[in-house]
Design a binder for this molecule. Structure first.
Ligand SMILES: NC(=O)c1ccc[n+]([C@@H]2O[C@H](COP(=O)([O-])OP(=O)(O)OC[C@H]3O[C@@H](n4cnc5c(N)ncnc54)[C@H](OP(=O)(O)O)[C@@H]3O)[C@@H](O)[C@H]2O)c1
Length: 243
């Protein structure tokens, strides 16, 4: 059976490069891409695109359709995450905390990924190994926080990490061969990092292609990353990050 990949947040630059990696590795792969927007693709590959608003109801419709076709995913990657938009930037001090920005980040960076995982759960079984990865960030590590700032983004990724840790425990019972991964790509040259690239040391700003290739290689051997029931929290080199 051809492997099934599901990519949420497919408009992300890293996601686009990841889809390229999948196609390069296996031209017979079945790719389901999901995004708020239309996706332009020129690949001669089996890619099916769904547009969603990431509501529970809308994601459930995608689940039902995939279930009716008996599609069982082998790999799921959830790329969703935002750091800034229009006039909203990460906080440098307490006074800058803002309800609307906080709620927006918690929604896109935390709630959306766990709703995607919720939508995937009915497709999993005990027989088919599956790895479900969300793009997290090192700044979501509570023990690594020496610099402060970025309250909302840090909180959204720390909460995402907690949700994945909780889901890994449940999935251990419901789908015995499913592993969860939280991945920090490093500072990558995308829309998200654009305003913060000035101070990145030389050689530390990665291309989406580099990061996607690292992630693809790491996920090729998920058993080396983590045990079932415990999510891996790793960086682009596969090095564990302290929680
Ligand atoms: N770039 C970096 O330096 C860096 C560093 C650490 C972690 N990360 C993480 O890497 C992931 C990918 O980011 P990127 O750098 O590739 O950025 P990007 O190109 O700006 O991609 C943004 C992603 O966030 C989703 N998104 C944006 N607004 C959303 C909303 N309101 N609701 C739901 N989804 C929304 C998009 O999904 P749609 O396709 O549905 O629009 C897309 O997947 C993010 O989770 C980010 O936090 C990036």
């Amino acid at each position: 059976m051809n492997p099934v990949y599901i990519v949420f947040g497919a408009s992300s630059s890293i996601a686009a490069a990841y889809i390229h990696e999948i196609v390069r590795a296996n031209e017979h792969a079945k790719i389901i891409s999901v995004s708020r927007s239309k996706l332009e693709t020129t690949y001669n590959a089996d890619i099916e695109h769904f547009i969603t608003d990431y509501s529970k109801q809308n994601l459930a419709q995608i689940t039902d359709l995939l279930k009716s076709r008996e599609l069982v995913p082998h790999q799921v990657v959830i790329f969703n995450g935002q750091l800034h938009y229009e006039n909203a930037m990460p906080e440098k001090k307490l006074e800058e905390l803002d309800e609307s920005y906080f709620n927006s980040l918690l929604n896109s960076n935390t709630l959306t990924p766990i709703l995607c995982l919720q939508a995937i759960a009915p497709l999993l079984n005990h027989k088919t190994p599956c790895t479900i990865t969300a793009l997290s960030a090192r700044v979501g590590s509570i023990s690594d926080n020496e610099l402060g700032g970025w309250y909302s983004y840090r909180a959204s990724k720390a909460a995402l990490n907690m949700l994945f840790k909780t889901a890994a425990i449940e999935l251990q019972r419901r789908a015995k061969q499913t592993r969860l991964v939280l991945f920090h790509p490093g500072t990558t040259d995308t829309h998200l990092s654009k305003p913060f690239q000035k101070n990145v040391p030389e050689g530390k700003l990665f291309t989406p292609e580099f990061v996607a290739s690292q992630l693809f290689s790491l996920l090729a051997h998920p058993d080396t990353l983590t045990e079932i029931g415990k999510p891996a929290y790793i960086d682009w080199q596969g090095q564990p990050i302290k929680w």
